[in-house]
Structures are given as C-alpha cells and as structure tokens.
Design a protein around this ligand. Sequence first.
Ligand code: DOR
Ligand code: ZN
Length: 344
Amino acid sequence: MTQITLRRPDDWHLHLRDGAMLQAVTPESARHFGRAIVMPNLVPPVVTGAQAAAYRERIEAAIPEGSDFTPLMTLYLTEETDPADVAQAHAEGLVTAVKLYPAGATTNSASGVRDFDRVRPVLETMAERGIPLCVHGEVTDPEVDIFDREAVFIDHVLDPIRRATPGLRVVMEHITTRQGADYARAGGPDLGATITTHHLVINRNDILVGGIKPHYYCLPVAKREEHRRALVAAATSGEASFFLGTDSAPHVDAAKECGCGCAGCFTATNTLSILAEVFEAQGALDRLEAFASLNGPAFYGLAPNEATVTLEKGAPVTYPEKIDCADGPVTVFDPRMPLHWRVL
Ligand code: DOR
Ligand code: ZN
C-alpha cells in the first residue's frame, strides 16, 4: 500500500495555550486535524463557561484563514465549580467536556481537585446530561512512585468514582500502562481512553538512558517497554475504546532544557506521519482511521469529519526540528525513525 485516505482526523486531547504560543501552535494542529478537544489548564485556568467562550474566541482568531479547524472547549473542574454553569455551557454547545486534574498532578494543576467528594454534585449533573469527564489519571500522593501513579489512580480513585456515579461518561486521558488499556477495554461504552503519539513511540529508557532527554519528558511519564507495547496493541486494535489524543503540549525550549524542566511533548506537527509509521509496522494501517478519525467522534456522539486526508508513502519526509514562537523556539517531537508517510 502506498496511499491511504482517511476521514480527517481529530485530536481528542490538545494544549493550545494562550498568547504567543497559541499563535504559534494553532496552525500546526489546524493543518491536519478537523477538531480538537482543547485543554483548559491555562494560567489562570478556564473554569467558567464565560472563560471558555472568551478562550474560544482567542483560539478562533489564531486559526489560519481558510481552515475549518474547530476547537471543542473544556472546563477545568475545581472544588468550586458550579454544576449549573457546567450544565448551561454544555447545553449552549459551548463546552464539550470537563477536565479533572488531581491537584498537583501536572502542569498548572494547582487548582485541581483534592477532595473528590466535593465535586460529587458536578459529576452527578454531568452523568445526568451525558457530559464527558476527561480525567488526568495519576495520584499525587508523594508516597506513590511516579511510575505507579496511573495504576494506583485507577484502583483508588477512578474505579470508586465510576461506581459511585453510574452513567458518568469518562475518558481516561493519555493512558500509559497495560493496566490503563485493560481497564478501558473492560469499561463498556461509557468509558474511553486516549493514547498519545509519543507514548506509542518512547519508553522510559528513551528519557533516561545515555543522558536525560527533556523533550521526552511528559506526564504521565513514559513507562517500561511492555507498557508501550500494550498501548500499541490497544491503538492498533481498532477497538472503539481507544482514540487519538496527542496531548501535544508545547513549552519553549528554555522551559524544558533547564534544572526543572516542564512536562510535555510537542507532536502536533508530525503526528500523522508518526502514526502511519507505527500502524504500518503492526500491519494495521487499515485501522488507523478508526483510531484517529472514527472512534473519538463516536464516543463523543459526533459525526466523523466529512473531509478526508491522504497519506502517501515514499522517501522519508522531514519536519522542522523546531517551530518559532515569539516567546522562543519549540522543539518538535523527534520519533528517531524515518517517517515515510507524507500528508498530501
Ligand atoms: O506532559 C504533560 N504536559 N502532561 C500534562 O498532563 C500537561 C501537559 C502540559 O500542559 O504541559
Ligand atoms: Zn494534557
């Protein structure tokens, strides 16, 4: 096979930031993707419907002329979130989902949830109305090893929340473990899981062996090779539970290449070529469309994009090493393998 045509893919987990970074990275996603679930972890976070409306306007102003890229907005769940505001923002079509960050789990998560009982009323409203909860699934207990934080979260936080809130639709964001894939698979139609591009490619050795590689550091941190393989198996399976959420998370190089580097891999630019390579290696190119373009909309109750995108196989395609942002350069994720699939 030397050409493959898919429905236009969507990105079900994306960081677009604000200001100069928003201007720099929005065209990178708009080039290949139809829609994206936009994360709300700005400083300050996007907490209310009014803030989401204002942020959507800023994003729309950064979308290149002629592009039909559509941002799907999320609200950042705090212990003060008003269930009525969530319900109204969703009913108006302004907000697609709500994002749960355990306080302190990752970049700009300080306003996240500490006491899950305090968000019960919001979760119940969401369950009644079918509003999906996008979950950053890591515990923050300092006693729990960083490589175990996802698996512990599933048993100690996620499963109890789901049992206590029947009907709550949940997306396990950026799963990084076999346990995450197994739990998602067993969860039925109300449970989905996004998988990033970079977690299909790197394991923890890639971050740490032969010198520390800040551009491979993200959260949840990449795990052992057996987990990466479980993620590749899940993504390439075609199963409805699994869909693409790149978690493309730009930081300027100065914020990554320093004594306390930020978490995040920036993959918006070259994700489709990387995915094609990964799926082809598994003999699963025919399932790339399910993962990138069909399963996500089905979970969110939306139609797949009408438009298509074609990838063509040939001599390795190169992407820029960095993209420019007025705040400084942003390094594009390096998959460290030749990419033969060019997006036409
Ligand atoms: O690596 C990450 N970067 N993981 C997250 O959960 C947040 C993100 C960011 O906002 O930089
Ligand atoms: Zn993220």
